[in-house]
Design a protein around this ligand. Structure first.
Ligand code: PNS
Length: 161
């Protein structure tokens, strides 16, 4: 089974990592897919976001990282995947995920969206909170995967100087 896990990952957090690893327990292949959210202006450049995720996931052979400049439904069809994965932290997420799953299914009727519940210890995490902490030079170790903390510090230095 091949699972596509799409998102902005701006940046890739410990919650994203946890969900990706859980998906890898269920599937033969997981693709962490950097797609464009028309409602969000990225904080970190795409190249850096990709590098963060690739570093965080470099130990796992069946997890790939890729980009999708267009529609997720087209990528899904072209890559012959079996399902799209999204994480669910709370009921607010549910409404958003429900409409996204429905749009994607209209665009590609075979596209099945699978929702995995966040673990309680990571359900408070969000990329926006990570950005907020980063902007204020706060400690990121609770929310950013350990392997990319140093790279984050370098990137923040670049962004702020
Ligand atoms: O992490 P996000 O920002 O909640 O992820 C949303 C994302 C990027 C997965 C979504 O905006 C998306 O699928 N974008 C690709 C373009 C697309 O297919 N849009 C139609 C479905 S919403």
């Amino acid at each position: 089974m091949k699972i596509i896990y799409p998102g902005s990952f701006d940046p890739f957090t410990k919650a994203h990592l946890e969900l990706t690893l859980r998906a890898a327990q269920l599937a033969d292949e997981v693709v962490v897919l950097f797609a464009e959210n028309a409602n969000k202006e990225p904080y970190y450049p795409l190249a850096e976001r990709l590098a963060f995720a690739r570093t965080a996931l470099s130990n796992y052979d069946k997890i790939k990282v890729d980009t999708c400049p267009g529609l997720l439904a087209d990528y899904f069809r072209d890559s012959q995947a079996d399902a799209v994965l999204r994480g669910l932290r709370n009921t607010n997420d549910l409404l958003y995920e429900q409409s996204m799953a429905e749009v994607n299914r209209l665009l590609c009727p075979s596209l099945e969206t699978v929702l995995l519940l966040s673990r309680p210890e990571s359900s408070w995490m969000s990329s926006s909170l990570a950005r907020e902490l980063a902007e204020r030079q706060a400690d990121l170790s609770s929310i950013i995967p350990e392997r990319v903390l140093a790279a984050h510090r370098q990137e923040l230095y670049k962004l702020n100087n």
